[in-house]
Every structure is written in structure tokens, then in C-alpha cells.
Write a protein that binds this ligand. Structure first.
Ligand code: SOE
Length: 398
């Protein structure tokens, strides 16, 4: 038996993120030296049958359908929120007010107003009981992106001029892919923008240390209605044969330019309709001395260009295989060259959250950092709605 003090976890959500977080709660204490031992205590869902099945499958001691009762229990220390965005504020605030630590999936909320209330609750809880509140922008925990951030902080890239980020998926390319909660504005807040564009916004600000201060955006919904569906293991669910169609109330795609506080120019794109691109979460940063480039579809690699090299004939982007023990998080895994996968991000996220709890430290990404992303999401939506920067291209009349 472990000598470590337990950290008893209740997780809300049984679907994709619930499964990813579950494996992380089990794996993190086996591979990393943690001061506390996470205990997967209660999993909470909406259907009793599915929640009990998932408790058995994913290794949770108990199943419940009553999140309110669970967050008030004295034998729970941390609440992990993996449910749709419209539930985040209510659950997180209730958990923080009853003295729990909180890990909440991204985007933090469905509106700036909700996110502000969550930050207020997090600040009060930290002051009162050192309760921590972290948001799950899990791509920060990719070893290659952590290395990119170290390079930028060390000045290897020099003054940052460009941030180019695109997050491309294709699970909505088929116009008959079913209507899931991710396509319902009242549940998800927005579409590609909040679901995946939020990751790019967070990565851009975190990598460069610069805030996005101005945006000019266009959003598009290509498929206005879709067949009703049922949840399934994949992202989109499964359409019910002959089902009626319901309206899509979010964006399918968004593109925007941005100005960053240090003067860098940002170009962003997010879509779940980039046919053939499965999870191409890409970012490139160019400075006056060097560049880095990353694509999650090759998540173990970071491209790095060192513009100060003396051997000009051999100059070019080099591919760093980010699996050496000197690379972030890598020393706890496999021998050099034996790569990591998507699930490792969540394991690293648990490591970071448990360390913040043990150290009584403000975690990163904090709720305040996630509110900052929320403000950018709101500005992008406002800019697109106002079409403020849209200028019609003048053409010769036919
Ligand atoms: C769906 O587009 C999704 O599951 C996102 O919600 C996640 O944040 C991303 O990591 C993978 O794709």
C-alpha cells in the first residue's frame, strides 16, 4: 500500500473526456513521483446504467447520477469536470464553495460572464482553503509544445513576429454526421471556435507570453441541419436511421487575424470540416532569430530553425524527436525514441494538478488564464457578427 496521503477524486462525465481523464488518474501515480495518491472514488453521469458500466470499465469505486450530492461529500477532495460546457460554471462554483479542488475541461465556460464568476469563486477558495482550480487545456502538456515554450522563453527565437495556428479536424465533413451536443450552442457555447480554436488561442498566448489584444474574424456554418443522433464512442455519435433533422446552432469553421500584445501578428483557423485532417493541431512561431513548428499528428516531433547557425550550407529546419530524458515529462516514460500518444497529455495534466494541490500553488492553466481565452472567444464572435473589418473586393462589373 502507498504511504502517500490520498486525493479522493469525483469525476463528472462518462464520455470521451471522462475516459481520457480516467486513465490519467490511474496512470499518473504509477509513472510519476507524486506527493499525493489520486483515488478514483466516484464517477458521475446522467444515465445510471451507463455510469455503472463505465465505473466498472474505467475503474471507479462508485457510480452516481447526483453531482450536487457528490460535490458536497466530505470524503471527496477534488472534482474533475468532463461534462458539456453549459454545466461547468454551476458545478465548478458549487465544488469550490464546498472546499474542493477543481479540474475543469475547456473551454472554461460558455460565456465571459460565467467564466468571471468561476474565477471569482476560484480566488475566494484559494484564499480560504488553498483550493486550486485548473482548466484542461491539455495540449500544453505535450512534451514538444512544452519544449517550444522553453525555447521561446530562452530567447532562441528572438523577437516574435508571427504566430500561425490552425486546428483542423474532419469529423463533421459528412453533412449527415449526426447532431451532437457539440453542435448545440446552448450546450457548447460555440462550435469549432470554442471546441478546438480555444486550444490554439491558449497555446499562442502561453507559448509567446503575449496576450491577444485585437481580432478580426469570420465564422461560417456550412451545414445548417443534421440528423438526430445517439452518443457513441467516437466524436460525432451515430445517426438514427430515418431520424428527423435538427438545426446546427454553432459555427463549423472560423478564421481570424490577431494582434498580440508584444506586436506579433497572429493568423488562426479552426474547423471540424477539413476533410482528411484528423487532428491536425498546428502552430508555428517565427521570431527574428529562429522558428518552431508543431503538428499534433506528429506529436513527438518539434521542428526548430536556428537562424544563428554559422554553417549556412547546412542550415534548415531540424526535426527534434522530443523523447529524450532532457525533454519535458519524457524522463518518466520510455527509452529515447519510444513515443507518446494523446492519452499522455491527460496523464501529464493530472501530474500538474496533483503537484499544484500538494504545493498549495496556483496551477497553470489557471481559471484566470482560461478566462483570458474566453475573452478572446467572445471578441472573435463579436467581430464576426459585426463584420467590422470585412471589406468587399471591388470587381469589374461583367
Ligand atoms: C473534439 O473536437 C475534441 O474532442 C476536442 O473537444 C478536444 O479538446 C480535442 O483534444 C480533440 O477533439
Amino acid at each position: 500500500m502507498s504511504e502517500r496521503k490520498p486525493l479522493r477524486v469525483a469525476m463528472i462525465g462518462t464520455a470521451f473526456m471522462g475516459r481520457a481523464h480516467s486513465q490519467a488518474w490511474h496512470t499518473a501515480p504509477r509513472f510519476f513521483d507524486l506527493a499525493l495518491e489520486p483515488v478514483p472514488a466516484v464517477i458521475v453521469g446522467t444515465s445510471a446504467k451507463r455510469t455503472e458500466e463505465q465505473a466498472r470499465m474505467l475503474g471507479w469505486a462508485e457510480a452516481s447520477t447526483d453531482w450536487r450530492a457528490v460535490v458536497e461529500r466530505d470524503d471527496i477532495d477534488l472534482v474533475d469536470i468532463c461534462s458539456p460546457g453549459d454545466t461547468h460554471a454551476e458545478i465548478a462554483i458549487a465544488a469550490l464553495e464546498s472546499g474542493k479542488h477543481v479540474l475543469c475541461e475547456k473551454p472554461l465556460a460558455n460565456s465571459v460572464e460565467e467564466a468571471e464568476r468561476m474565477v471569482g469563486a476560484a480566488e475566494r477558495a484559494f484564499a480560504m482553503s488553498a483550493s486550486i482550480a485548473m482548466c484542461g487545456f491539455s495540449y500544453r502538456q505535450t512534451p514538444a509544445l512544452s519544449l517550444a515554450r522553453q525555447f521561446i522563453a530562452e530567447g532562441r527565437l528572438g523577437a516574435i513576429r508571427h504566430v500561425r495556428a490552425s486546428y483542423l479536424q474532419d469529423w463533421l465533413s459528412d453533412a449527415d454526421a449526426p447532431l451532437s451536443w457539440r453542435l448545440d450552442r446552448s450546450k457548447a457555447g460555440s462550435g469549432s471556435l470554442g471546441d478546438i480554436g480555444a486550444h490554439s488561442i491558449d497555446i499562442a498566448q502561453w507559448l509567446t507570453g503575449q496576450a491577444i489584444v485585437e481580432v478580426s474574424a469570420t465564422m461560417r456554418t456550412f451545414v445548417a441541419d443534421r440528423p438526430m443522433g445517439v452518443a457513441a464512442a467516437g466524436l460525432g455519435g451515430v445517426a438514427i436511421g430515418g431520424a428527423p433533422r435538427g438545426p446546427v446552432t454553432v459555427d463549423d469553421a472560423v478564421a481570424f487575424t490577431a494582434t498580440l500584445s508584444g506586436g506579433a501578428l497572429g493568423v488562426f483557423e479552426a474547423t471540424r470540416m477539413a476533410t482528411g485532417r484528423r487532428n491536425a493541431n498546428r502552430v508555428e512561431v517565427n521570431g527574428d532569430r529562429g522558428s518552431v513548428a508543431f503538428d499534433f499528428e506528429r506529436m513527438n516531433e518539434l521542428e526548430y530553425f536556428d537562424g544563428r547557425s554559422v554553417d549556412k550550407r547546412a542550415e534548415g529546419f531540424r526535426r527534434i524527436l522530443v523523447t529524450d530524458p532532457t525533454h519535458p515529462y519524457a524522463s518518466n516514460w520510455w527509452p529515447t525514441g519510444h513515443g507518446l500518444g494523446y492519452e499522455h497529455l491527460f496523464t501529464h495534466q493530472v501530474v500538474d494538478v496533483v503537484r499544484a494541490v500538494a504545493d498549495r500553488a496556483v496551477p497553470s492553466p489557471s481559471f484566470a488564464e482560461a478566462l483570458d481565452v474566453q475573452r478572446v472567444l467572445a471578441a472573435v464572435q463579436a467581430s464576426s457578427a459585426a463584420r467590422s473589418m470585412a471589406t468587399t473586393v471591388k470587381r469589374t462589373p461583367e
